[in-house]
Ligand binder design. Structure first.
Ligand SMILES: C[S@@+](CC[C@H](N)C(=O)[O-])C[C@H]1O[C@@H](n2cnc3c(N)ncnc32)[C@H](O)[C@@H]1O
Length: 316
């Protein structure tokens, strides 16, 4: 997960430590933001994460990569219970591979059980994972998987077994919105769960548009229950997911946020579906209309969007 970060280390914000990639920006000499590069960020004693200089965002800015992935995905999706009951491959889409923290946290959390996990990661760059691999001691969560990660980076896929756990992990290295719009996307194995972890809508609007989530929903198998937790609780995102066809509920707190969002293609996977009170709040919100284009802006609901929302099966 990501959010804007004050690079100067404002009280209450994480401080930055020098990484092995480009230099700290100096306001005196560099007025433009950098276009590439990552840094290590100290979140708390012993907890570090990766910061993207280009986006000015830290991947897991408050509680750190592992704690966030455990709360938002492993526990909320009840992965261990579900995997114990599951036969065959359990397919997880990892949207926004980044530095691999979500994927590796899932692998580590389930390695003691008999299961077969197929992780399908999506990102348009391997740079943050390569960077993280240069900082395994500091980041911690990659430790023990260095060999598998080298293989994954080199071949864009890796398979390994540990005890009763089998992991098949592959990467689609592409612009995600473009990939989803291609017919080839229909051939990607259908997910049982989606970890959706792009940068924030303000910095990364192309990953949060209405057409993107509608395309994502159309790719699901209606007979395969699938849940998609994500860190945002914004009204705009929730409206976007509802209009795309998902059922949408309140997501677990993560330690950073008291509330997140979980969407699913079946109501059974939601413990607290959004209700009509939420719908009325959305109607009054000044930031509820989905982004139809990849350009960030905030706007109240259009009349036709309000009509569609009211007609959603979840509120009938
Ligand atoms: C917050 S980081 C993900 C952190 C990651 N889940 C982890 O556990 O380390 C967001 C990721 O989304 C990727 N991303 C942003 N826009 C994208 C796009 N249009 N297509 C594919 N990936 C994109 C970025 O490259 C970045 O790695």
């Amino acid at each position: 997960m990501s959010s804007s970060l004050n690079n100067t280390g404002t009280p209450g914000q994480p401080s930055l430590q020098t990484g092995q990639v480009p230099t700290t920006r100096s306001p005196a000499t560099c007025s433009q933001p950098p276009t590439t590069g990552y840094r290590i960020v100290k979140i708390a004693p012993g907890v570090h994460s990766v910061h993207s200089l280009a986006h000015g965002e830290t991947f897991h800015p408050v509680i750190g990569p592992v704690a966030e992935a455990e709360a938002l995905y492993v526990r909320q999706l009840r992965l261990i219970e579900r995997l114990k009951q599951h036969t065959g491959d359990f397919v997880i889409w990892d949207v926004g591979l980044g530095a691999g923290a979500n994927a590796l946290t899932v692998v580590r959390a389930t390695r003691a059980i008999q299961c077969s996990i197929r992780i399908i990661s999506f990102d348009h760059t391997l740079e943050p994972l390569e960077f993280a691999l240069q900082h395994t001691d500091t980041l911690g969560y990659l430790g023990g998987y260095e060999g598998q990660l080298q293989q994954f980076i080199a071949g864009r896929k890796v398979s390994f077994e540990e005890g009763g756990q089998r992991v098949d992990w592959e990467l689609h290295l592409a612009d995600f919105p473009t990939l989803l719009a291609q017919t080839a996307a229909q051939r990607i194995a259908k997910p049982h769960a989606i970890m959706f972890d792009a940068f924030s809508p303000a910095k990364n609007p192309a990953m949060w548009t209405q057409p993107l989530f509608s395309g994502l929903f159309r790719l699901l198998d209606p007979r395969r229950p699938c849940a998609l937790p994500t860190y945002s609780r914004s009204t705009m995102l929730r409206v976007t997911l509802l209009l795309a066809g998902f059922f949408v509920g309140v997501g677990h707190a993560t330690g950073e946020k008291e509330e997140t969002t979980i969407a699913a293609n079946t109501l059974d996977l939601l413990s607290e579906p959004l209700d009509r009170k939420w719908l009325q709040r959305a109607r009054r919100s000044s930031s509820a209309e989905p982004m139809w284009e990849p350009a960030y802006r905030q706007a109240p609901l259009l009349a036709e969007t309000w009509e569609k929302l009211q007609a959603h099966q979840q509120f009938s």
